[in-house]
Design a protein around this ligand. Sequence first.
Ligand SMILES: [Zn+2]
Length: 97
Amino acid sequence: MTGDREKRMAMDEQLVLDGNAAGGLLAAAYGADVTSWRGRCVHCGTISVVATLRVYVGGPGTVLRCPVCAGVVIRIAETPTGLRLDERGMAELGPGR
Ligand SMILES: [Zn+2]
């Protein structure tokens, strides 16, 4: 069962950061500094500032999750042809409001 235990530990070690940590990557994806933008989580309806999202790195791509329900709101993957942005989990993303 050593294998399972190691797998679980590896997942625990996945880095959890806040939205500011992904600021550079987000800026590259959106072409603007979006850390002060707000959006609504489509999973629970919470409106969050991007900087307060929980950022998971170390998996395939970077995943931003809602700080309330932990639902995936934004995914960014770096591919050989550029950044792929998936923000289906975040509605009405935009500056101020
Ligand atoms: Zn949520």
